[in-house]
Design a protein around this ligand. Structure first.
Ligand code: CMC
Length: 430
């Protein structure tokens, strides 16, 4: 294979084939294979998209080897320290950090949409008490689309702004209703005057029989967690959002697909499983080696939850930030969580074990986030819902980019491995 600056050439079937190269702003280079089938009859096969860029994108950059994550060019460390969630949402969706005036206008718009259609409560009532909050969220997000069926004109900046504000305002209400329905609590209304994270907290925890005291430590911790989850380029749920949206399905319908993709244990669902795993280790006498051995045993389906990542092969910068917060938040709240000790011991033991080191398996974002959610009083079953709440700006931004770039419908090829043509055998002869 000959490598040149803007294309590669190779020989196939006696023909010289040239394929163009595309280079991004961070010097990643991709081979464009769109013409390959027409010129050679070949398709590419990459199960699980391990080496396939599904799109170009100007939203989020990850360097998995160096542990870098940036939204629109700004490092995650800086944004988590200096920005608020709605500012970050604006940055992701519209491409630039808002000016004070732009943020004010966006917040005003967001406040206009802090009431949800009451009809959604009837659907909420239909769920059995054992329903998982993520199953409820996925169904309710799809249902919400039916309550708001107007198609979105992506060329209309005003409409875009309204839709983004409406979804960002409605989602915390929907998620709090899910939580409160499961607890048998009356459903709350938003407090439009509060900042995003403070409103999320009061929606979930304010009860009519007691004065609600806002805790700035809890609110700040939640705000940071939301920022850390806000986007992560072409992960499973974002890819689901883009694929569904590529058929020109609406934004909420696409987001509901994202919620469904997020709930699986190999993606966002891992945060619930991490805490359940840490609790199980504790209940089992804290025998960390036993669980490391289980994770290494190929005959055992058990995996160390909260460890490993498709892209990060050094460290997950979000995990590093969250680990720091976990100590800080627990100390400020005066919480002594034995699960945190187990987590730290498990991390040290795994990072000293050749199985994990040689495969570059490190703690990911989900490893320590649950410990903070627990300290905030959020039940384990709701952890992935909190992840979804944070990921909303990313899903909106990625959907918009896909539509504005007029990307064609997502429709991969396959390599068929089933029977070749065979004769039908009538039922009485089989
Ligand atoms: N525990 C034990 N072994 C692991 C783990 C783990 N958590 N993660 C990867 N491995 C091993 C895997 O068995 C394989 O070994 P071998 O090469 O001997 O067959 C090797 O490491 C490569 O694993 P892979 O499954 O091919 O890697 P992947 O890039 O397809 O999977 C992952 C990435 C996140 C799905 C995987 O690491 C995993 O299952 N982790 C646990 C679930 C988890 O924490 N998910 C949250 C991901 S981060 C947040 C998000 O995206 O939602």
């Amino acid at each position: 294979m000959n490598e040149m600056r803007d294309h590669i050439e190779f020989e196939y079937g006696g023909e010289n084939i040239a394929l163009p190269l595309t280079t991004g702003t961070e010097d990643e280079t991709a081979i464009e294979i769109g013409t390959l089938r027409n010129t050679t009859g070949l398709v590419t096969l990459d199960i699980g998209y391990k080496n396939t860029a599904s799109t170009t994108s100007a939203i989020t950059f990850i360097d998995g080897d160096k542990g870098i994550l940036r939204y629109r060019g700004y490092s995650i460390e800086t944004l988590a320290e200096k920005a608020r969630f709605l500012e970050v949402a604006y940055l992701l969706i519209f491409g630039e950090l808002p000016t004070a005036d732009q943020l004010l206008k966006f917040e005003q718009l967001y406040r206009q949409y802090t009431l949800l259609d009451e009809g959604l409560k009837k659907l909420l009532d239909a769920f059995p008490s054992a329903a998982h909050p993520m199953d409820m969220l996925s169904a309710l997000t799809a249902a919400w689309a039916a309550f708001d069926p107007q198609p979105l004109d992506v060329a209309d900046a005003e409409q875009l702004c309204r839709s983004a504000a409406k979804i960002l305002a409605g989602f915390p209400i929907l998620t709090s209703w899910i939580y409160r329905k499961k607890c048998g609590l009356p459903l709350n209304y938003a407090d439009a005057e509060l900042h995003y994270a403070a409103n999320v907290m009061q929606l979930m925890f304010r009860v009519p029989t007691a004065r609600y005291e806002r805790d700035p430590v809890l609110t700040a911790a939640l705000d940071k967690l939301l920022i850390l989850h806000a986007d992560h380029e072409q992960n499973c749920s974002t890819t689901a959002v883009r694929v569904v949206g590529s058929s020109r399905a609406g934004l909420l319908a696409s987001i509901s697909a994202g919620v469904s993709a997020l709930l699986g244990p190999l993606h966002g669902g891992a945060n619930q499983f991490v805490v359940e795993m840490l609790q199980a280790i504790k209940a089992d006498g804290g025998d960390i080696e036993k669980y490391l051995d289980k994770a290494k045993d190929k005959a055992d389906p058990f995996r160390l939850m909260g460890f490993g990542h498709r892209v990060y092969k050094n460290f997950d910068p979000r995990a590093k930030i969250i680990k720091g917060y976990a100590d800080d938040v627990l100390e400020k709240l005066g919480v002594d969580d034995p699960i945190l000790d187990i987590a730290k011991k498990l991390e040290s033991a795994a990072l000293a074990d050749d199985y994990f080191v040689s495969r570059k398996i490190f703690p990911n974002v989900d490893f320590y986030s649950g410990i903070i959610y627990r300290a905030l009083g959020i039940p384990v079953e709701m952890f992935t819902v909190m992840f979804a709440l944070g990921r909303l700006p990313g899903w909106i931004a990625q959907w918009l980019e896909m539509r504005k770039d007029e990307q064609p419908v997502s429709r991969p090829r396959q390599v068929y491995t089933g029977h070749t043509q065979r004769d039908f055998v009538p039922l009485d002869q089989r």
